[in-house]
Write a protein that binds this ligand. Structure first.
Ligand code: MD3
Ligand code: FE
Length: 206
């Protein structure tokens, strides 16, 4: 089912479930090649969300700020290639939400243990804000906060389950958003964690 969250924001309930058998082993390989780590915020604190990336560009945070980088700073090597099942899922979800030409070059992988949250923020590190973002939720459920264009705008709470996909772009691309603390639990396939995949176009159009 397709639930409209904004003029150009959609929740595709269960959209990733059919691909999960291909997705989870591919994800496991990526995490083995580029393990989760707690990056430093520009303010010098360790992030509570653990992250890694795959694709040509990976999202990086350190004392110097937030940016996309070609290499994993933990290893000095290229980020793992974005596996085809991941890339194809993101392209299909974007098309289902009205963005037919999405070719992601970056996938940020966020890991939430119970208690982990992500405070309200905007995604504005990407050069082309005309490109949508596709988010895939796996493992433990979470409550997503879907806000407005100003931090103080009232936020709508959206429950996200294993297999849910959210696509947002256009007029909704710069909405503030966040994730409430993940409740304790154990997911049958992923254990005591929520993993979110965020697909983006972070480099030049192509
Ligand atoms: C924004 N990750 O890494 S993206 C991030 O669950 C990030 O890990 C979150 O925000 C996570 O930058 C969620 C999901 C999302 C979904 C719908 C939105 C963000 C949205 C709708 C409008 C604006
Ligand atoms: Fe975000």
């Amino acid at each position: 089912s397709r639930l409209q969250l904004g003029d150009q924001a959609w929740l595709l309930h269960g959209f990733a479930l059919a691909a999960a058998d291909a997705l989870l082993p591919a994800l496991k390989d990526v995490i083995q090649a580029a393990p989760f780590r707690h990056m430093c915020t520009p303010g010098g604190r360790a992030m509570s969300v653990a992250t890694t990336s795959c694709g040509t560009l990976g999202w990086v945070s350190d004392r110097g700020g937030y940016r996309y980088a070609r290499h994993d700073p933990a290893s000095g090597r290229d980020w793992p290639t974005m596996p085809a099942p991941m890339r194809e899922l993101a392209t299909a979800a974007a098309a289902a939400a009205g963005f037919p030409d999405f070719r992601p070059d970056a996938c940020l992988i966020n890991r939430y243990r119970p208690g982990t949250r992500l405070s309200l923020h905007q995604d504005r590190d990407e050069p082309d804000l005309g490109q949508p973002i596709v988010s895939v939720s796996l493992g433990l459920p979470a409550t997503f906060l879907f806000g407005g264009m100003a931090r103080s705008d009232r936020a709508v709470r959206v429950p996200l389950d294993h297999g849910d996909v959210v696509v947002w772009g256009g007029v909704d691309r710069l909405r503030f958003h966040g994730v409430l603390p993940v409740a304790p639990g154990v997911h049958p396939q992923l254990g005591a964690q929520r993993i979110n995949l965020t697909f983006r176009r972070a480099g030049p159009a192509g």
